[in-house]
Write a protein that binds this ligand. Structure first.
Ligand code: NAI
Ligand code: MG
Length: 354
């Protein structure tokens, strides 16, 4: 099998973690010797934007559409406003490639500990299904009376029946495949009475098709508390674009660090390539120091291999990551002494050992 992978390292530590991840992928390719990854590295970044005035070149969409998957680092630079970088690279990718699901598995890896007291490894094992195309990040809105004391800005959250229903169905399928068969739906349908109420309604409609999945509904503020106080009562979680974004950063921190968590932006119809990236950003505060945690990007690469159908390779990579964290090869954000290159080397050794 040959797979075409578009690699977009982006900015800051995105560049560093993707470079190391490609080394790990090359090691896996050599161990299996049954598939080839043709990796096309694209320099779509804030540096390119500052030089050429664009992130994505004219032939960019064609190149992406010809690929089987996208490996992404992070975008964001102190020299470009964050709304400009996000809306010129990562958000158009998710939207134009119909990646309407964002899947974020999170658990406490062996050897890591939660900042929560009394939270052992098995107590936090979640999958967050985040709606990835509409809601609060639909891009609808505008401003009037700009630069006057009367400026008005509105940001319109857009929810469609089609968008909600396909997200719910995806989430129920994920929950059904997990041992606890439990799905918690998050909204804020007390204060937000249109879109959020529609979410609630469609959740219970779709739930009827999945009588084997236990259902549970939470308001997002109470959900944040429950994640901290009773992590072991949760399993699969479905939330809107904004709520899913915030809760998954919290989830990653509770599992040890924002540096370990992966994020898959999926087109479940498989008509477009899906995109795999760590959940963290470009971390300008540590960029260039060689100390970024690569585990979130390694985990994303494992999810990418699974999506491509290379499940044995995905399992091997996840096991290698877990052995390495269990052995204490950890970066500074996890309280360890290893740098980025040393963690990568340790994972490659494990990959080769198997
Ligand atoms: P961030 O995730 O880049 O960093 C938050 C904090 O976590 C920082 O102290 C950073 O050093 C630390 N951190 C993040 N990843 C780490 C890793 N792998 N290893 C060790 N420590 C790590 O979030 P922040 O600072 O809010 O945003 C920085 C830039 O990244 C902004 O321009 C933002 O817009 C962008 N961003 C891009 C995303 C994407 O491309 N999908 C997602 C989130 C933010
Ligand atoms: Mg986020």
């Amino acid at each position: 099998c040959r797979y075409k992978i578009a690699s977009i390292p982006g900015d800051g530590i995105g560049i560093e973690v993707v470079e190391q991840t490609i080394k790990v992928l090359r090691a896996i390719e050599a161990v299996f010797n049954s598939f080839t990854l043709d990796i096309d590295t694209l320099d779509w970044s804030s540096k390119r934007y500052l030089e050429k005035g664009e992130y994505i070149p004219a032939d960019g969409w064609q190149r992406l559409k010809a690929s089987d998957a996208i490996l992404f680092g992070a975008v964001g630079s102190p020299e470009v406003p964050d709304d400009v970088s996000l809306w010129n690279l990562i958000l158009p990718l998710r939207k134009k490639l119909n990646q309407y699901i964002n899947l974020r598995p999170i658990r406490i890896l062996p050897g890591l500990s939660s900042p929560l007291k009394n939270c052992a490894n098995g107590d936090l094992d979640w999958v967050i299904v985040r709606e990835n195309s509409e809601g609060e990040y639909a891009g609808q809105g505008g401003t009037t009376h700009d630069d006057t004391p009367n400026t008005i800005a509105n940001e319109v959250a857009v929810f469609t029946r089609v968008g909600i229903e396909r997200t719910m169905r995806f989430a129920f399928e994920v929950a059904r495949e997990r041992p606890r068969r439990k799905l918690t739906m998050v909204t804020k349908s007390n204060a937000q009475r249109y879109g959020m109420v529609l979410w609630d309604k469609i959740f219970y409609e779709v739930a009827k098709e999945y009588p084997d999945v236990e259902t549970d509904k939470m308001l997002v503020d109470a959900m944040a508390v429950r994640m901290v106080l009773k992590p072991n009562t949760l399993d699969t979680i479905v939330a809107t674009n904004l709520h899913g974004d915030i809760l998954s950063d919290l989830a990653a921190a509770l599992a040890g660090s924002i540096g370990v968590a992966s994020s898959s932006s999926l087109d479940p119809t498989r008509q477009n390539p899906s995109l795999f990236e760590p959940i963290h950003g470009s971390a300008p505060d540590i960029a260039g120091l060689g100390i970024a945690n690569p585990v979130g990007t390694f985990w994303s690469a494992a999810e990418m291999l699974r999506w491509l159908g290379e499940c044995a390779a995905a399992d091997l990579l996840l096991r290698a990551i877990e052995t390495v964290t269990a052995n204490g090869a950890k970066t500074k954000d996890l309280g360890g002494m290893y740098n980025l290159a040393q963690v990568t080397e340790a994972v490659i050794v494990e990959v080769k050992r198997s």
